[in-house]
Design a protein around this ligand. Structure first.
Ligand code: UDX
Length: 435
């Protein structure tokens, strides 16, 4: 099948590469010239495990190409995937201008019947707006689908090649037929195909992300109570998680959630519910607890250091989660801002995200080597649970820091080993040691 993918960010590029891998002829379009230039040179514009290798394979085989011209991507396509960004407006509502522009581009450039698949996360009822654009702007038949994407950064390629579910919302039986053909290589087996109406699909994506954020905030609220009572939040989460009705995933307390999706999706879901007449106050509480998780870490650092002014603080991990160089809405960068505002000298290290962090926070000093960052530090804070931080040489670190304090914002280290190396250890929602 001939497929156009409008918007080749995280979702779009992985979708385009996956569909090409499945054997379809895919053309990716983006209005960001730098991104298209990079892709034309064969270079993935962001870090995502396995993506570069997949791109090499499908670009070499001629199944995937890129263009800065939307007409070129859409001309002759049987399907167009809309994968553009939906950032938050100041009032929390999703900004859908890029979605609207993509719809106009498809409508103006379609050369025949086309299935338009809305993959960007959008508020429920966006499909009605899109339908009215297609009714006005093209005489070709447009079959509209909402097929939200569930891939996670860091495991996006694996999630996309072996999805656990394909969600397809459409009121058009022919559109479902086309979607099943597109995804034929993964259907059956463990992958469930959900065939629903378009509004259910739109809403389900917001519901999933909001519920995952709710689980994280529940764990963070528990962490505060554990800290006040001397209980251990990791053990509580393990006990809760052993109940299959609850599940252990997304119960890790820490600095809170970040990234491109959860913060904006929670705001947008709350806003759309409000517009529809329901005050989803629970979501407000989830966001408040998330802000509180960061504030609590700032307080722990200040308590440990007494005065933070001029103290050197090393932040380990700058991306919003491991396995990515994405620093959008990263709790680590928010922590860097708070500590810098309080007068500390903040140094950061990340296995992948140093350049992105430096770009977003030009005042932040970043180092390629964690030991260089620790030299003379008064406090080390673990902000992102990259696996390499578990293997740090604690004895070597102890020899080079000015004050031996580790604040573990992701509970990655072994309390006994940290104390044995001579550090004061302040984890999250667990008893501190060696203070
Ligand atoms: C999320 C959804 O998981 C995915 O299905 C959707 O398509 C896009 O949004 P992503 O933003 O890549 O994916 O990250 P995710 O793995 O969900 O983590 C989000 C944030 O929550 C990260 O900052 C992570 O560190 C944090 N988190 C996650 C916790 O703080 N505790 C946990 O237990 C789990």
């Amino acid at each position: 099948m001939k497929v156009a993918v409008i918007g080749v960010g995280h979702v779009g590029l992985v979708t385009a590469a996956t569909l090409a891998y499945f054997g379809h002829d895919v053309v990716g379009h983006d209005e960001d010239d730098a991104k298209i230039d990079s892709l034309k040179r064969g270079v993935a514009p962001f870090y995502e495990p396995g993506l570069q290798e997949l791109l090499d394979q499908v670009v070499d085989s001629g199944k995937l190409s890129f263009t800065g011209d939307p007409a070129q991507a859409i001309r002759g396509a049987n399907c167009a995937f809309v994968c553009v960004g939906t950032p938050a407006r100041a009032d929390g509502e999703a900004n859908l201008l890029a979605v609207e522009n993509a719809a106009w581009a498809v409508a103006r450039n379609a050369t025949g019947e086309i299935v338009v698949i809305q993959k960007s996360t959008v508020p429920v009822s966006t499909a009605d707006r899109l339908r009215s654009i297609f009714a006005k702007a093209t005489t070709h038949r447009v079959r509209l689908v909402s097929s939200p994407e569930f891939l996670r950064e860091g495991t996006a390629v694996e999630d996309s090649l072996k999805p656990d579910r394909i969600l397809v919302g459409s009121d058009d039986p022919q559109a479902h037929k086309v979607m099943k053909e597109l995804y034929a290589p993964v259907l059956g087996g463990d992958c469930r195909y959900f065939e629903v109406d378009i509004h259910t699909a739109e809403l389900a994506k917001h519901a999933c992300n909001a519920f995952l954020a709710l689980k994280i905030s529940f764990a963070n609220a528990l962490a505060r109570v554990c800290e006040a009572s001397g209980a251990d939040v990791v053990s509580v989460a393990d006990i809760m998680g052993s109940d299959p009705r609850i599940g252990r995933d997304f119960l890790n307390a820490g600095l809170g959630y970040g990234g491109y999706c959860f913060p904006k999706d929670l705001l947008a879901f709350k806003a759309v519910a409000g517009r529809l007449g329901y005050d989803f106050g629970l979501l407000e509480e989830v966001m408040k607890i998330n802000r509180g998780a960061l504030d609590s870490t700032v307080r722990k650092i200040k308590d440990a250091l007494w005065n933070v002014e001029s103290k050197r603080i090393l932040l380990l991990g700058l991306s919003f989660k491991p396995g990515t160089d994405d620093v959008r809405e990263s709790p680590a960068l928010n922590l860097a801002k708070a500590l810098t505002a309080a007068g500390a000298v903040v140094v950061g290290h990340d296995p992948q995200a140093n350049a992105a962090a430096q770009h977003d926070l030009p005042g932040l000093k970043v180092v390629d080597d964690p030991y260089e960052g620790a030299d003379g530090a008064h406090c080390i804070v673990i902000c992102t649970d990259w696996p390499e931080f578990r293997d740090l040489d604690l004895v070597r670190l102890k020899g080079i820091v000015t004050l031996p304090i580790i604040v573990d914002g992701r509970n990655v280290l072994d309390a006994g080993a940290v104390a044995e190396a001579g550090f004061s250890y302040i984890p999250t929602g667990r008893p501190p040691s060696n203070l």
